[in-house]
Ligand binder design. Structure first.
Ligand code: PLP
Length: 406
């Protein structure tokens, strides 16, 4: 490990500050390698990763099966564009259709692109199948949502930082309170084509809706001929202890929107999956992406789905998540004011009288644990699902000591 004097961290942080747009406020750690739940910085310090790339690293850093699939594919074929079909495409889409229980799959790259795809498909379905008059389609979303950063998506954000000064905004969205079925029912009208929701709101601080909300949304959407679009980009793929967060209420949405962990922490892979009636509205030339569904993405995605098919990661998240939440709840009233979440995913509110979420994250970093704050007082915990019991206990002890609860 380097001494403070020849530490490479400050100059690397300065250089990044000088040459990059300041659209993030990263912790001052410069990571150079990683394996499983652990990362190492340029000075040789090791940290337990409790963020997992916002759930993009559900299977840990450099999972051997995923890395092997990527290597093998790199040696064969990396890109064709969708002008041609490649030999990884059908298997990826077939497996994802079976994982979601949906007829058709459309792969994209980033989460925001998958959400954009969902919006476009829902509107087209509204005009062509439901019979909504042209240009009148309405999509209902929830307050405090986070679905990505494109101009259309931030048009229906309630976070001023995400939205201000990026107008003019895309019309056609109505915002209702998250978790409020009555408000949702009142907002649905003849022009409503879809309800777009996160089954658990991640960016908002890991907000779990009241029991019965997701099944209530499903029932409302079915009875009013409206599509339920579930944004499982952060909550899906085993993060909450089930393959999808909607599974906790045995709900099948009209569209699964996936991203992050679908790329195994190696490549950006996102996708939407829906019935033939819904996704079948797209015809050649109406939507696309040069890199969406490329051979490397599909090869990694196939291995991700195979890992999910074992059920091991869902089980680990459920069992170890119960342990994590029990240990976190023991900090309530001792510097922690609330603990929310499901599986290995928690939003922990720090008592503002003790310190901010940012301060807690910085102090955790100094102790070798990486987590990130959101909305001032909350820190989000989402370790890779390959984490071990003793690592969880160690991490919660670090948090307890940092906030003075130990
Ligand atoms: C629920 C949800 N939807 C969409 C996105 C956007 O994904 P991306 O950053 O890959 O565009 C995110 C990213 O955090 C997310 O959490």
């Amino acid at each position: 490990m380097n001494s403070i004097v020849d530490s490479r961290t400050p100059s690397a942080v300065d250089e990044a500050e000088r040459y990059t747009a300041h659209n993030y406020h990263p912790l001052p750690v410069v990571i150079t390698e990683a394996e499983g739940c652990w990362v190492t910085d340029v000075d040789g310090r090791r940290y337990l990763d409790f963020l997992s790339g916002y759930s993009a690293l559900n299977f840990g850093h450099r999972h051997p099966a995923l890395i092997a699939a990527a290597h093998a594919q790199l040696d064969r074929l990396t890109l064709t564009s969708r002008a041609f079909i490649h030999d990884q495409f059908a298997e990826f889409c077939h497996r994802l259709s079976e994982l979601t229980g949906q007829d058709l799959v459309l792969p994209m790259n980033t989460g925001a692109e998958a959400v954009e795809t969902a919006i476009k498909v829902a509107r087209k379905w509204g005009y062509q199948v439901k019979g909504v008059p042209d240009g009148q389609a309405k999509i209902i979303v929830a307050a405090d949502n986070f679905h990505g950063r494109t101009t259309t998506i931030i048009s229906f954000s309630t976070d001023e930082d995400a939205r201000a000064d990026f107008g003019p905004y895309t019309p056609g969205f109505e915002i209702v309170a998250y978790g409020d079925l009555e408000a949702l029912s009142e907002a649905i009208d003849d022009y409503t084509v879809a309800v777009l929701l996160e089954p658990i709101q991640g960016e908002a601080g890991v907000l779990v809706p009241p029991d019965g909300y997701l099944s209530g949304v499903r029932a409302l959407c079915s009875s009013r001929n409206v599509l339920f679009l579930a944004d499982e980009i952060q909550s899906g793929l085993a993060r909450t202890g089930r393959t999808f967060a909607v599974d906790h209420e045995d709900v099948k949405p009209d569209m699964h929107i996936m991203g992050k962990a679908l790329g195994g922490g190696i490549v950006p892979v996102s996708a939407v999956a829906a019935s033939r009636e819904v996704l079948g509205v797209l015809k050649p030339g109406q939507h696309g992406s040069t890199f969406g569904g490329n051979p490397l993405s599909c090869a990694v995605g196939i291995e991700v789905i195979k890992l999910l098919e074992t059920g091991e990661y869902q089980r680990r998240s459920a069992e170890l998540g119960a342990m994590l939440h029990e240990q976190l709840r023991a900090l309530m009233g001792r510097g922690v004011t609330a603990v929310r979440g499901r599986g290995l995913w928690a939003g922990v509110d720090i008592d503002p009288g003790v310190m901010t979420g940012r301060q807690a994250s910085e102090k955790l970093m100094a102790r070798g644990m990486l987590a990130k704050d959101t909305h001032g007082t909350t820190i989000r915990l989402a370790p890779p699902l390959v984490i071990e019991e003793d690592e969880i206990t160690w991490a919660v002890r670090q948090l307890a000591e940092v906030i003075g609860a130990a």
